[in-house]
Design a protein around this ligand. Sequence first.
Ligand code: SF4
Length: 373
Amino acid sequence: MPVATDTLIEAMPTERLKTIANAVIEGKRLSHDDGLYLYHSEHAEAVRQLADYARQRQVGDTVYFATTLYIHPTNLCELSCPMCSYYAKPGWDTAWFLTPEQAEEKVRAHLDRNLTEIHVVGGLWRDCNLDYYQDLFTRIKKLDPRLHIKAMTPVEYDFLAKLHGISVEEVFERMISWGLGSLPGGGAEVLVEEIRKALAPQKITSDEYLAIHRIAHRMGLPSNVTMLFGSVEEPEHLVTHMCRVRELQDDTRGFRTFVPLKYHEENNALGKRKKRLKPKDVNRVFAVSRLMLDNIPNLKVLWNYLGVAEAQELLRWGGNDLSSTNLDEKIIVMAGGLSIKMTKETMSQLITEAGRIPQEVHSGYNGGEAPIC
Ligand code: SF4
């Protein structure tokens, strides 16, 4: 049940929180300063109530989830980002490369699991070129044309464009003709250059990252966008990240879901330099995200990054999307995330226990209104 607005304002323990509550109720945009104030406020429960109110008003009580099969074509990568636990170099025991035939077999083996989408993401590797993706996507669509293909990060699209000497537009054009449906939103890290350089110095810049989302949106490809928190950034960098995403969304309306990713320090170079790390209050990051991102409907909670109980709790802090059953996901697992078997039934149960309404998402074929993961 939505909380009454006068009750909400009364529950705010400071004048500033009352002013912010009024703005939220009236649908007014919160400033960067408001975001920081909410982040640092000692009144966590008041911030939670505000985020829960905003969530209820923006998207109601439904919580989405999908049944996603992950295809990671390779973990070989030309870059070596300090925050990454996933990449390998030729000759490493941990390296793999999946041919399109092998990937097809994997999809075929999971077809009886009522898959709703295939999430493709991997390293920057020249054997994974446009011919590779044409073959891969065509095979997936042949198996079941209804499968939604959600693939790759702007970093990978930039790599492909340079590899083939064509524009990013042309890369998208070809990928769309082979079945690409959306972008999952990875690789954003923190869209503040000084932090991005510490996390992934060889990656495209924040401006370039956002410019590729802009192109995708213009060409009719919806996308999600992530935010990596809890490494070397300060709260103001996270709020700046949210403001930059919100600004682009004002122009394009192409983002469906905001995905805060908790940094995991296992198996990566940055994690070894523990003294530099600045862990964040996870609940607060989600609440501030919900309140600042007034133009992005969905806030995704990745239970495999955060733990199942914490994920359930985050549905009270602005979350409205419990991600997916995550079949064969590797990036999070390699960074120390959970690798438990999650069924559709368990997902529904978790959502119902949290007092909300579960809805499975069929990203590619339900009118395009539901969120993507
Ligand atoms: S984050 Fe992506 S680009 Fe960077 S090393 Fe890992 S796989 Fe490669």
